[in-house]
Design a binder for this molecule. Structure first.
Ligand code: GDP
Ligand code: K
Ligand code: MG
Length: 270
């Protein structure tokens, strides 16, 4: 079977531009089954056996739009060999919100930090090593528009897709939340694919009914309400907000260790 790399990222991160660089003219366009959301696939340049699947642009894995449902279902059900997460380097905070969630899917993730020509022009400095360490994945800087960094990105993505290694989870939620997640996880253990157990536990904690409905019968019916409401009482906040807020705290710590914004503080001559 062909090795598949799924291209995922926020709208306007440069997905289409990168997809064209990766596949050249070797692409085919259709629709995702049952819906009129465009589906694009192409063979990776120089790698006839590797397919790049372009997913609809998404902001998170808690879907509101049809595009987000399509992308999430694909990632959960089709299990690509790797996820190539394209990130707008000029909008790191917003883009990393999706990245932290992609990392929970139990598939190797490669982050391509795009728009580096603009980041550099602004005088901002991104520490790729610190970013990669904090995220627990390979990070490559690129400019899709200027065709910079693409060859390195391809070789890293191919190696990750062929490795089959499930990535380590770098991000841990607070102690309370982690305890709740492992209780939920033990309730669905054996009923869902092992690599997805943590992801599903987080979604059940968030009371994501769209996900719950997709789970196998036994996992669908687990009762986790007392676990969730216990934490909500303790933290005086609802479960979904608890997860969101902790994600943003994590992202803030990544940005403060990896991103140096110079553009706004530089001397101006006027
Ligand atoms: P998509 O919505 O993720 O498919 O994003 P597009 O590929 O359509 O890109 C959004 C806009 O960003 C377009 O105007 C692109 O030309 C531009 N763009 C994409 N990559 C780069 C880049 O590396 N540098 C710059 N300066 N612009 C880029
Ligand atoms: K666009
Ligand atoms: Mg596009």
């Amino acid at each position: 079977m062909a090795v598949t790399i799924a291209l995922a990222g926020n709208p306007n991160a440069g997905k289409t531009t990168l997809f064209n660089q990766l596949t050249g003219s070797n692409q085919y366009v259709g629709n995702w089954p049952g819906v009129t959301v465009e589906k694009k696939e192409g063979k990776l340049k120089g790698h006839k056996d590797i397919v790049i699947a372009d997913l609809p642009g998404i902001y998170s894995l808690s879907p509101y739009t049809l595009e987000e449902v399509v992308a999430r279902n694909y990632l959960i059900n089709n299990r690509p060999n790797a996820i190539l997460n394209i990130v707008d380097g000029t909008n790191l905070e917003r883009n990393l919100y999706l990245s932290t969630q992609l990392k929970e899917l139990g598939v190797p993730v490669i982050m391509a930090i795009n728009m580096m020509d603009v980041v550099t022009k602004n005088g901002d400095v991104l520490n790729l090593e610190a970013l990669g360490k904090a995220m627990g994945c390979k990070v490559i800087s690129i400019s899709a528009l200027r065709n910079q960094g693409i060859d390195e990105l391809i070789s890293v993505a191919v190696a990750e897709a062929n490795s089959g290694a499930v990535p380590a989870i770098e991000h841990r939620f607070s102690e309370n939340v982690e305890k709740a997640l492992s209780e939920i996880q033990s309730k669905i253990s054996g009923e869902v694919p092992e690599a997805l157990a943590r992801f599903f536990a987080i979604k059940l904690f968030e009371r994501d009914d769209k996900i719950r409905n997709e789970l196998p019968e036994k996992a669908k019916n687990v009762d986790v309400e007392s676990i969730i409401s216990g934490i909500e009482k303790e933290e005086d906040d609802d479960a979904e907000s608890i997860i969101t807020n902790e994600r943003y705290k994590y992202i803030q710590s990544i940005i403060s260790s990896a991103y140096e914004k110079r553009g706004k503080t530089g001397l101006t001559t006027s």
